[in-house]
Design a protein around this ligand. Structure first.
Ligand code: TYD
Length: 136
């Protein structure tokens, strides 16, 4: 499955911590869009889509949440619970986010503008597209 956990450097001193993420460095693409998900209510599950072409990195700046990732061959659960870790999602990975802690701030960096045509929001359509792209 084409996801990767990226580790970001911690610059710490007696005042606390600082982490830097830059395009084409820690983030392996040019950052076109940034959004963040926060104050998520208990029990909420969101996402439920894959991107046809877009790549994203998700960073849990505060608190924690879980991702369910699905492609044509596997289903994986990933926990994001630290601001020094990024989840790189390549295209054609179905993702759902859940178990948001009340203090969760989930930052998402994307290499593409928000375009509805880049979304596959129907799971059966996603599975069919993923299997035809990777028939093994
Ligand atoms: P939605 O796609 O439902 O979020 P998620 O997939 O994370 O559950 O987006 C929620 C709303 O925000 C929806 O009205 C679309 C809007 N939106 C934008 O306008 N621009 C964006 O970049 C994103 C991600 C969402």
């Amino acid at each position: 499955m084409k996801f990767r956990l990226l580790g970001f450097e911690v610059k710490g001193d007696e005042r606390g911590y600082l982490t830097v993420i830059e395009e084409d460095k820690e983030i392996p693409f040019k950052i076109k869009r940034v959004y963040y998900i926060y104050a998520t209510l208990p029990g909420v599950r969101r996402g439920f889509h894959a991107h046809r072409c877009g790549r994203q990195v998700a960073v849990c700046l505060s608190g924690s949440c879980k991702f369910l990732l699905v492609d044509s061959e596997a289903r994986v659960e990933v926990v994001l619970d630290r601001p020094t870790q990024g989840l790189l999602l390549d295209p054609m990975i179905w993702h759902e986010m859940y178990d948001f802690s009340p203090d969760c701030v989930l930052l998402v960096l994307a290499d593409h503008e928000y375009v509805e045509s880049d979304y596959i929001r129907n799971y059966d359509e996603f599975i069919a597209a993923a299997r035809s792209a990777d028939p093994s």
